[in-house]
Design a protein around this ligand. Structure first.
Ligand code: SF4
Ligand code: SF4
Ligand code: SF4
Length: 337
């Protein structure tokens, strides 16, 4: 029976965890089913894309789009759902910042295709055949999405109303959003301003209960290299924790499991580049050789050699939203004869 409210959920380039997170809100999911029709949700409901195309514009109340924009299909569906939805939510870190799939921006399409189809141990591809966007089969023309050179975020391709970061977003954040939608639908309550993040405005360090006493550290450790004291700040024990550069709202889940934060909630509104912000926080507590307040070039080199995989450490979830966005490939200057 139509309820006048409908919800859609779609995955672009993601792992499926965000879809599961929505299913994971316990009995609240029954409330969602009671309040709204499911207009489109490929992992849960058998609605086809052509059904969505036939819907009137703005007929879907809320769409939660998870996953990054990696190929032409991701972008096409994002644009279609934008057109059909009143409210579009960038759901999860892949949609908000590019997430883990965004780390592919350290490479490019040509390198990835070559590696996957020619260079992996299991590849047997003597002719070097690569997937083609169109293929004439006896049954008719087959079409594949075109993979992009650069992983994009949802708001790179469409206008987004709200953001809910997290890998995946927590049950509490999802419930807080559903409360807002429910009050809007049932009582006519006003929606939050466009661009609102459904998460805390503070940093994770404000949410984390660990004690902070030491002012500087001598070296960097990987989590398995030391016995981490569960009461003390990770950073002060020399373990890189992205708490100072990360938005709160997850309940400090990783810290509660005695693991450092990897930054999945992304930066706070005050910070443009999460990795840069973390690097600056780290530099401020790293003990310099000569006890000067500024790191010398040698200090920086020492620090960097102790950090295995700096890109994966500082930009694990936000590479496509960082200032650099992707690996820069220098174009060779054209030489005129
Ligand atoms: S944000 Fe995390 S859980 Fe959600 S799709 Fe991306 S990788 Fe999966
Ligand atoms: S750096 Fe990590 S461990 Fe230390 S206070 Fe911040 S969130 Fe907690
Ligand atoms: S502690 Fe950090 S990495 Fe872990 S869930 Fe929270 S924001 Fe994400």
């Amino acid at each position: 029976m139509a309820k006048g409210v409908s919800i859609a959920q779609y995955w672009g380039a993601g792992c499926g965890g965000c879809d599961v997170a929505l299913l994971d809100i316990d009995e609240r999911i029954l409330g969602v089913a009671e309040m709204a029709d499911i207009a489109f949700w490929p992992i849960a409901v058998d609605t086809k894309l052509k059904d969505v195309e036939a819907m009137p514009d703005k007929s879907i109340t809320v769409t939660l789009y998870n996953g990054a924009i990696r190929n032409s299909e991701n972008e096409h569906v994002a644009k279609l759902l934008r057109q059909k939805s009143q409210i579009l939510v960038s759901f999860g870190s892949c949609a908000c910042y590019g997430g883990i799939p965004g780390l592919a921006n350290v490479s490019n399409k040509k390198e990835i295709m070559d590696y996957v189809y020619n260079k992996t141990f299991s590849s047997i591809n003597p002719e070097g055949t690569l997937p083609q966007p169109r293929y004439e089969a006896p049954e008719g023309e087959l079409e594949l999405p075109v993979m992009y050179d650069t992983v994009l975020t949802l708001d790179d391709v469409v206008d987004v109303d709200y953001y809910m970061p997290g890998c995946p977003p927590t049950t509490d954040l999802i419930n807080a959003f559903l409360d807002v939608v429910e009050k809007h639908v049932k009582e006519g309550a006003e929606l939050p301003p466009k661009g609102t993040f459904f998460a805390s405005q503070k940093t994770l360090c404000d949410e984390c209960g660990r004690t902070k006493t030491v002012k500087s550290v001598d070296r960097v450790y990987l989590p398995h290299e030391i016995d981490i004291d569960p009461e003390k700040c990770m950073l002060e024990q020399g373990v890189i924790c992205l708490g100072p550069a990360t938005r709160a709202g997850c309940g400090a889940q990783c810290l509660n499991a005695n693991q450092p934060c990897r930054g999945c909630m992304g930066p706070t509104a005050a910070v443009e580049d999460q990795g840069g912000s973390m690097l600056s926080a780290l530099a401020s507590i790293f003990r310099t050789a000569d006890n000067e307040t500024q790191l010398s070039e040698d200090d920086i080199l020492k620090l960097m050699t102790e950090i295995k995989d700096p890109l994966g450490t500082f930009y694990a979830f936000t590479m496509p939203k960082s200032i650099i966005k992707r690996k820069v490939t220098e174009k060779k200057a054209e030489v005129s004869e």
